[in-house]
Design a protein around this ligand. Sequence first.
Ligand SMILES: [Zn+2]
Length: 285
Amino acid sequence: MTEVLSYKYATEYRFSYDDAFREERGLAALDSETGASLCKYCCGKMHAAFRSKPKKSVIGQQYPTNYSVDECLSCGWWRVDESTGSDSMGLFISRTVGELRRYDTSSISIPLDELRSHLRSNPKDLAWVNPTKFEKLMAACLRDAYSPCEVRHVGGSGDGGVDIILVTSSSEKYLVQVKRRADLSKKEGVSAVRELNGVLFREGECKGIVITTASGFTKSAKSETNIKTPTVGVYKVDLFDIADVVRLLGLDARPNKKPWELFVDDESAGFHYDSDEVGRYIIRT
Ligand SMILES: [Zn+2]
């Protein structure tokens, strides 16, 4: 079982930073509130990752906004300082720090995109993923693979043999069965395919997909993917094994952006916050 470290969450601090405040508290005191030159998680050295070009303030105008980003090279924790203000307000420092979260790979609460990017580089951990979470993950992957399309996750207990329903833009409907196997080296047997054929018969549909984390499918499983029927023609079942799962996971592989880059991408736009129900600040993606 592995842990996934996430830096997606951010916490914002705001300080008044005029001369009086500075004298009273001292710059060091301000820094110590969120960690200064050493990483507060692993005590690694913080490294200057980004500095905006310093802009001078003009009397009578609003202070320009300056950014600086520091990050820990060993664990990835980061800190963004945004200084801004106006003549009437004085100068303010907004400090936004990455928040380190740990998730168990088998946990249902791990955010889907964290899990997806973790599994892309650690496919062996597919063996640990919570089965319902894996169904949801595959639903997200199919959405990318068949886009534009409609995807519905219908799995869970009493799913009636269907975990995902996929309808493509050309109105082709696929019933999808997902198997998260703990042993990635085994082959998926015929029963998963046979079961899906039964569901296709019951639902009057003719296209299906079996997705498994197993290394492949047995010969007899493959032999039941094109069953001719007297009513709807042929039951066509596509088989996706672990290699296909890894390929699906990589479909949305965006360039690996550091979380703080979302803050300083567009300097003029400044920071973007969405507040979730528990009042934390999350970087808008
Ligand atoms: Zn660190």
